[in-house]
Write a protein that binds this ligand. Sequence first.
Ligand SMILES: C[S@@+](CC[C@H](N)C(=O)[O-])C[C@H]1O[C@@H](n2cnc3c(N)ncnc32)[C@H](O)[C@@H]1O
Length: 393
Amino acid sequence: MTGDAMRDLEQWIPKLLAVWRQQRRGGRGGGGKHGRPSRHEPRAPQTQLTHDELKEVGAGVKALSHGLTRERALAGARYMDDPRLLGAYLLFYWPVSYAQARATLSELPSRPRATLDLGSGPGPLAFAALDAGASGVVAADRSKSALELAKALAMEAGEPLSTRDWAPERPLPEGRFDLITLGHVLNELYAGDLNRRAVLVEKLLERVNKGGTLLILEPALRETSRALLQVRDVLVSHGVAVRAPCLWRGACPALVRPSDWCHAEREWRLPPMVEAIGRAAGLRKETLKMSYLALAPRGEAWAEPPEGQVFRIVSEPLEGKGRQRFMGCGPSGRVGLAMQERHETERNRLFFKLQRGDVVRVTQPEERGDGLALADASTVAIVAHAGRPVPLR
Ligand SMILES: C[S@@+](CC[C@H](N)C(=O)[O-])C[C@H]1O[C@@H](n2cnc3c(N)ncnc32)[C@H](O)[C@@H]1O
């Protein structure tokens, strides 16, 4: 995640807290369960939760985490209409989704302008798009309470955001868009029916302007990531081009073995408030992990991949005795890439510093078992760092 995006996120923290405290007091003036803070109470800190607040939010995040990741009982349920869970979402998952969106929007070839954020919740992707240069965003969701929070945030930040009531069986907000986002919502739709998800995505692609993008973010869990890859395969078989992360144009090779999946991971600096909530909820978010897919509108061809033997790194470093190994996925498919430490030279030592998501060019690899081995004569160059656009040919 870039330094600019990190600074933008840090500026959102006091706004999220202010809006959450307002909602918790029962609106603008107070009178809710927690009432207006009395003149004698100390002022709550602007970028951190008080002890009691932390306990409350931590419990909400724990419940959300169980419901959305482990048992998944909340997936597709109306958890955003429970003020306690919505508040927990706002203070913990909002910053995470915002950071994930910034870390993937930065990979697109052009800045978004008109944007539609579907299944927006309180709008982390909507505001990420605005901060990344969008001229205006429509945030759409079926949860009125979540949209109310998005509006309150827009007021607090002076951002141009409008909201719409939306559910997949209802008409889409009117107009065409340069960017449509679906953040952690596709996995909640149609009770797992992947074909219906693919039909929705194709319908959305018809609303994307030439040169624009449909960006889908999903949790990096095996189940949700594989479901996204299966939707990808349906779309690719219908001629849809993937902008990112795929360089491979065929059926996804990560689906061949049921234990495999493909996801992204990016470094970030956890805002202290989010870190404290994570600790209270027993969760760690040291890196950003997500699955994503950026799709081009109908009629646009796949971009020509950079010249040479090019791969996106799609695994963490798989260290072995005296050697480094990664999985790479490129125009020729998904292969293991390995190098013995003893073959390290000035021209290939970048191999030992690669990160998941980087796009690399290698020369003179040798075929070894089911992968490629680099040797003294090989060179390794980074074509695009993770989260940066792959240069067009
Ligand atoms: C996990 S939240 C994601 C919020 C935000 N986009 C993000 O990335 O953090 C899922 C959102 O999808 C919305 N959602 C789930 N099912 C929906 C449906 N059938 N129609 C409309 N919205 C739905 C929920 O209300 C919720 O706001």
